[in-house]
Design a protein around this ligand. Sequence first.
Ligand code: CA
Length: 224
Amino acid sequence: MRLLLVEDNERFAALLQQGLGTAGFAVDLVTAAKEADGALEAGRWDIVVVDRGLPDGDGLDVLTQMRGRGDATPVLILTARGSLKDRVNGLQSGADDYLVKPFALEELVARLQALLRRPGNLLGLALRLGNLTLDTVGRQVFVDERPIAFSAREIAVLEHLMRRSGRVVAKSLLESSLYGPAQEVGSNAVEVHVHRLRRHLIEAGASVQVHTVRGVGYMIGEGR
Ligand code: CA
């Protein structure tokens, strides 16, 4: 498993690199936010670990940039800040998990392995939930193995929801992944796409449902 570590503290980074290496990860290290942006635009990793306190910015910005590019690689945020507000901010920015320093290496490894075990991350190709399958490479949706035509934006929304099935996906994350951070977006654009997606899933006989979590975002789950 290829892992990108974004951490500016040299000693800590060396310890993590060694420990994660022993646990079977091939670790690449970058030490600043700008460097991380460049690496992530050019390359692909199975999982990314980002420290929040970087010399040239907040690690959350690295994450926001990734999600803005539609990069759904699992990200775990490391931080010395452990307040509830910081944790909520991190998760709302599209982080998959959050670990507060100091922590035990075993806990980091266990959490990374849990993230990699999630649907879609084993091969990174097909996401499955109920009778619904999303081929993330071919950009094709199947219900009971039957191909169903979905628009590119519906598929983009569906991919974000399925990669985090059973968890809330912030509306702001869907917005930035659909339109990019710089674009002007109508206030109900995401609602429109989610509404279409819902109708489409029902018409196709999918055994999954998109729930609205008021004031936060959306969540996909099995059942009607
Ligand atoms: Ca730091």
